[in-house]
Design a protein around this ligand. Structure first.
Ligand code: SF4
Length: 317
């Protein structure tokens, strides 16, 4: 397969929650209902709540079919990408199409902002796993952290996630991303935990900034601090702020392909470890490749929280 054929399907990429995940990007960069200060994709360039058909379902299904035929069986197929995936009006049809194509579980990573809409809740029903976010315990911090579209109301967003969780036959894992000096203190976490109790997800996943954020003041909390704050939540709670969920080594080393590395780095900043886990490569091979790509100007580096991340240069394919 010519890798240039692939426009919406990427990876498998290393996911901190889903192991090796085949990502489907449904949304043009960077179209979102929010403009989170911690967003690893940078600032939102198109903030909207208008749902559109951004890509034909058959185009994506054909790409997924080719990927799976190439033998790359991921742990999950995840709908996410360069913005909020529920803005794609064809998401329900796509999830049904994926279920007809493969038995690999389908996960939807959403900010949850549109789950108050009946049609969005119905569209996600055939998924296996839905991972919404709740980063604030009141409207003031919702505005500060998520910078939502002006039409989005905090209470309605929370009730939408709660309604979906009640109706959904699969599992809901609620991500709570906490920021140093903003939401990562006991009083704020208690408010978020109370709302999480109302929502009742199968588990709460505590996260913090792991990649270069949209705003430099979005500060990371340590794993230890997150673990300490986890005691305010009822039900299963885990810290997911470091490394992929399985953390296991990838057994077979695939060939170290520049195009695949650049495609991955074009989607998200990665450490050499991330690239190795996502593409099934050995870390030393990845480091050599990244150094060569750096010399050619095809990748750039950026430091965040003491770690070095690589991104594709804007001119790279
Ligand atoms: S919801 Fe996700 S994609 Fe949208 S701004 Fe926040 S972190 Fe970025």
């Amino acid at each position: 397969m010519d890798s240039h054929d692939v426009k919406h399907v990427y990876g498998p990429v290393p996911s901190r929650r889903l192991g090796r995940s085949l990502g489907i990007d449904l949304i043009p960069y960077k179209t979102c209902t929010y403009d989170c200060i911690y967003c690893q994709l940078g600032r939102t360039t198109r903030k909207t709540v208008t749902r559109e058909r951004f890509v034909p379902t058959e185009t994506i299904l054909a790409e997924v079919r080719r990927k799976l035929e190439a033998g790359e069986r991921p742990d999950y197929i995840s709908l996410a990408g360069s913005g909020e995936p529920t803005l794609h009006a064809g998401i329900g049809e796509l999830i049904q199409g994926l279920a007809g194509l493969t038995d690999i579980p389908v996960a939807v990573l959403t900010n949850g902002s549109l789950l108050w809409m009946d049609e969005v809740r119905q569209a996600l029903m055939p998924a296996d796993l839905v991972l919404p976010s709740l980063d604030a315990g009141d409207d003031r911090l919702f505005q500060d952290v998520n910078r939502p579209h002006p039409s989005l109301a905090f209470e309605r967003m929370v009730e939408g996630i709660a309604a979906f969780t009640r109706e959904f036959p699969g599992q809901v894992w609620l991500e709570v991303l906490l920021l140093g000096g903003i939401t990562g203190m006991e009083a704020e976490v208690k408010k978020i935990a109370s709302l999480a109790g109302r929502i009742g997800p199968a588990r709460v996943q505590l996260n913090s900034v792991n990649r270069p954020p949209a705003e430099e003041y979005a500060a990371c909390l340590s794993r230890e601090r997150l673990a300490a704050l986890g005691r305010f939540f009822t039900g299963p709670v885990e810290v997911i702020s470091d490394g992929p969920a399985d953390g296991g080594p990838i057994e077979a080393a695939a060939s170290c392909d520049d195009t695949k590395i650049l495609a991955l780095l074009g989607r998200r900043p990665c450490t050499p470890d991330d690239v190795a886990r996502g593409l099934g490569l050995h870390v030393p091979d990845v480091v050599k490749k990244l150094n060569a790509l750096l010399r050619m100007g095809k990748v750039r580096t950026k430091k965040a929280e003491g770690r070095l991340f690589y991104t594709a240069s804007p001119t790279s394919p």
